[in-house]
Design a protein around this ligand. Structure first.
Ligand SMILES: Nc1ncnc2c1ncn2[C@@H]1O[C@H](COP(=O)(O)OP(=O)(O)OP(=O)(O)O)[C@@H](O)[C@H]1O
Length: 150
């Protein structure tokens, strides 16, 4: 499995409900490496751009209202298979379908308040990382590497 980077965002409900630490803890404990993070409230147009592929959906206006209702915590996590593993850790989009043990399965009830976002493909991850972190990420060596990878 090759090393990848994935864009993970804690949505406004996740921030307001005090789940930032819990979500970071899960990614750290899994063995992924944090290479970028910021807490901020991007302008509406920025969020519309992030979700541009959903602009024709009936829930788009509500989604954008939700996403600009408070600060989000944007992160980039790195590691082998990080994109697919990140999606599994988040759980299915609809919390009623999310496995217990996943972030959505454990902490939320409705699709319109589903706490977190994670890139769905490596290609989209690279696009999202460029959008959210145009100045790049922080490269560093983790002393845990030899204990996580063979
Ligand atoms: N039927 C719906 N009603 C309300 N909101 C929805 C609905 N479907 C999706 N959403 C919202 O739009 C977001 C993006 O939907 P998408 O289909 O891209 O799922 P996803 O890739 O799992 O989610 P995300 O991009 O947030 O990680 C969902 O996470 C959810 O917040």
């Amino acid at each position: 499995m090759s090393s990848e980077r994935t864009y993970i965002m804690i949505k406004p409900d996740g921030v307001q409900r005090g789940l930032v630490g819990e979500i970071i803890k899960r990614f750290e404990q899994k063995g992924f490496k944090l290479v970028a993070m910021k807490l901020w409230a991007p302008p509406r147009e920025f969020m519309e751009n992030h979700y541009a592929d959903l602009s024709s959906k009936g829930f788009f206006a509500g989604l954008i209202e939700y996403m600009v209702s408070g600060p989000v915590c944007s992160m980039v996590w790195e590691g082998a298979g990080a994109v697919a593993a990140g999606r599994v850790m988040l759980g299915a989009t609809k919390p009623s379908d999310s496995a217990t043990g996943s972030i959505r399965g454990d902490f939320c009830i409705e699709v319109g308040r589903n706490i977190c976002h994670g890139s769905d493909t490596v290609e989209n991850a690279n696009k999202e990382i460029e959008l959210w972190f145009p100045d790049g990420v922080t490269e560093w060596d983790s002393c845990q590497k030899a204990w996580i990878y063979e």
